[in-house]
Design a protein around this ligand. Structure first.
Ligand code: CU
Length: 114
């Protein structure tokens, strides 16, 4: 009897610990990938992204056509990205950053850094 109750208590404890570990893992994974943008069908996706200051945003081009990632204020400008190429930029300062493709200027998005 005593052993049974003990093992049940232990299972509950272990279950709780596993839950905490799982949510900690989720949180860590989220923190490590603050900003991911895909370029597909001549569009940035998402078209509006919010990240925390100090975050690195990664753009990946999935189109067969080359695209570039250009900030309208001249803060950054990628080379032409071929299919599956990616580009990264670290946003240190809060603000609103307009991004467009230098080859197809109608492709636009906004990165908000908090
Ligand atoms: Cu483009």
């Amino acid at each position: 009897m005593q052993t049974n109750r003990m093992s049940r208590a232990l299972r509950v404890l272990l279950g709780g610990a596993a839950l905490i570990a799982a949510s900690a893992g989720l949180y860590a994974a989220h923190a490590e990938t603050p900003g991911a943008v895909v370029i597909k069908n001549f569009m940035f996706s998402p078209m509006a992204l919010t990240v925390k200051a100090g975050s690195t945003v990664t753009w990946k081009n999935l189109d067969g056509e080359p695209h570039t990632v250009v900030n309208d204020a001249g803060l950054f400008r990628s080379a032409a990205l071929d299919q599956n190429d990616s580009y990264q930029f670290k946003f240190d300062k809060p603000g609103v950053y307009n991004v467009f493709c230098g080859i197809h200027p109608n492709m636009k998005e906004t990165i908000t850094v908090q």
